[in-house]
Ligand binder design. Structure first.
Ligand code: C5P
Length: 215
């Protein structure tokens, strides 16, 4: 039997990252934050993204991300890195190269993968596909709080504008646009706490008998 994958997709700041880690912890599964790979390419070598994607030396350990041995976790979170990542993510060659790196995360006992095209392209055979949404203002507020809490300077107005532009570009691109897979379950998180969202997803996991160690 193949290793089970839970795909969690959605627009920027819909809460995918935090939700995916908590679901993975509850199930004892691995977790892939696929946006980090696009951000790593944007940081490491945006001049030749395909080559960078193939050659870059990355490691994910204890929720920290290392590029050539250097901890770049905080650098990666900067909004301008997200904007650059979204620009290069339109390139079919880059997406193709990153496919292999993403699929390598599928290891026993299972994987929770979050991004934009986890359910539609990277893991089309995922046992559970979730598409998270949230109102644009809620997402901008969440991202603002996230950045300020991390001590990163942010401006709410500029953030809303960047998120809107990034989502419009992610949704309009030709390859793997941001869109729910036809068999994805939609979950609006605007009025839900993080724990509530995780609870709904773990309920869907139980329905599919994805018990893992701790769910
Ligand atoms: O999720 P995150 O904000 O870290 O992603 C940064 C950018 O990487 C997104 O705006 C999107 O353009 C791109 N991305 C993608 N496919 C994914 C994950 C991220 O195109 N699976």
């Amino acid at each position: 039997m193949s290793v089970p994958v839970i795909a969690i997709d959605g627009p920027s700041a819909s809460g995918k990252g935090a939700v995916a880690h908590l679901v993975a912890d509850a199930l004892g599964f691995h977790c892939l934050e696929s946006g980090a790979l696009y951000r790593l390419v944007a940081l490491a070598g945006p001049q030749d993204p395909e080559r960078t994607a193939k050659d870059m030396d990355v490691a994910f350990r204890d929720r920290r991300i290392f590029l050539s041995g250097q901890d770049v976790t905080d650098k990666l979170r900067a909004e301008e890195v997200g904007v650059k990542a979204s620009a290069i993510a339109q390139r079919p060659g880059l997406r193709q190269t990153l496919l292999h790196r993403q699929r390598a995360f599928r290891q026993p006992p299972g994987l929770v993968a979050e991004g934009r095209d986890m359910g539609s392209v990277v893991f089309p055979d995922a046992v559970l596909k979730v598409f998270l949404t949230a109102a644009a203002e809620v997402r901008a507020q969440r991202r603002y709080k996230q950045l300020i809490d991390k001590g990163i300077d942010a401006n709410l107005h500029a953030l809303s504008r960047d998120l809107e532009q990034r989502d419009a570009r992610d949704a309009a691109r030709k390859v793997a646009p941001l869109a729910p897979a036809p068999d994805a379950l939609l979950l609006d998180t605007s009025e839900k706490t993080l724990d509530e969202v995780v609870g709904v997803i773990l309920g869907w996991c139980r329905e599919r008998e994805l018990g893992g160690r701790r769910a």
